[in-house]
Design a binder for this molecule. Structure first.
Ligand SMILES: [Fe+2]
Length: 121
């Protein structure tokens, strides 16, 4: 797949080229159990091995959603930051929710990583 096609879709582990996917799919980690209405930590880092942040090739932002509901965005600056963030999130409904993180690499497009969380009372 030519790199330009990466900009015409949301790329995932399943759809993106494997070697590029490893460096770009956001990895979501949730600490502990998730209780309805209680804050919990969500760590998101870009790539199994952290993506570089050089001028000319860097991660511009990470967005976090629960399903299709927007939660947060973090913008990054090349050279002065790493593409990893920990957010405090509160979910208000019981059941299985899918956290979805999107990041954008200026050279490799938008990538999505997901993680299911079980929200209990
Ligand atoms: Fe990249």
């Amino acid at each position: 797949m030519a790199e330009s096609t990466l900009f015409c879709q949301v790329n995932t582990l399943a759809t993106g080229p494997a070697d590029t996917a490893k460096k770009h799919v956001p990895v979501i980690t949730v600490a502990g159990n998730v209780k309805m209405g209680q804050p919990f930590s969500v760590n998101i880092k870009v790539g199994e091995t952290l993506h570089g942040m050089e001028n000319g090739h860097f991660i511009q932002f990470i967005d976090l959603y629960s399903g299709h509901i927007y939660i947060s965005r973090v913008d990054f600056t090349a050279e002065l930051s790493k593409p990893e963030v920990t957010l405090n999130v509160v979910l208000h409904h019981e059941g299985v929710r899918t956290l979805r993180a999107f990041c954008r690499c200026n050279l490799h497009g938008i990538w999505e990583g997901t993680k299911e969380v079980h929200v209990t009372k």
